[in-house]
Design a binder for this molecule. Sequence first.
Ligand code: B12
Length: 157
Amino acid sequence: MAELGKIENEQIEEVGQEQEAITLVLGVIGADVHAVGNKILNYTFTKAGFNVVNLGVMVSQKEFVEAAIEADADAIIVSSMYGHGEIDCKGLREKCDEAGLSDILMYVGGNIVVGKQDFEQVEKTFLEMGFNRVYAPGSDPLVAIEHLKKDLGRVDK
Ligand code: B12
């Protein structure tokens, strides 16, 4: 178990290598209290060298936007686990635009809709809502780290 933890840490550090201060605002949106994934995401992104402003659980759209302004963030990373992701996330892109954050990246992941739905359709819905990346349930945070580096121009596309 200890050995596994060591390998995982090395993997995270390798993926996040030479990270120039990228600031992320992280949180679980809406009335959602699922806290474990949030803690893992916070640990993983921090370990990979990102500046993480973790808002924890039950985060409103307003709180995401205010924290992103205050931290001059590069990306907002939203988790939604309890199935109400579509309702909770709708309008976040518009709020960012209104606040002058039109360039900010927005990623969303977790169990973002109720039950098992066709992921391609789910992804399309959230992309249309203005998210840049949409992750299926159980997605590995390391994949998001690679995407952040690509989307922020820190590696060749
Ligand atoms: C523990 C748990 C609870 C606990 C939470 C305790 C706490 N404070 O954390 C309690 C009992 C409170 C709870 C309540 C509820 N729960 Co619950 N819960 C779970 C359970 C069993 C485990 C969640 C967990 O901790 N997983 C472990 C972590 C490590 O994994 P994770 O959360 O998925 O996060 C990882 C990935 O998803 C990914 N990820 C997450 N977000 C993002 C974002 C990005 C950008 C990326 C890249 C990756 C990423 O990375 C994370 C780290 O590896 C799951 C079922 C399951 N096995 O997943 C149900 C589950 C999430 N719960 C569910 C439901 C329905 C509820 C309730 C609505 C039940 C009810 N009727 O009351 C309430 C909602 C309460 C609320 N307001 O939020 C459903 C959601 C179904 C859906 N979306 O369709 C699930 C899937 C159970 C099920 N199969 O039905 N729950």
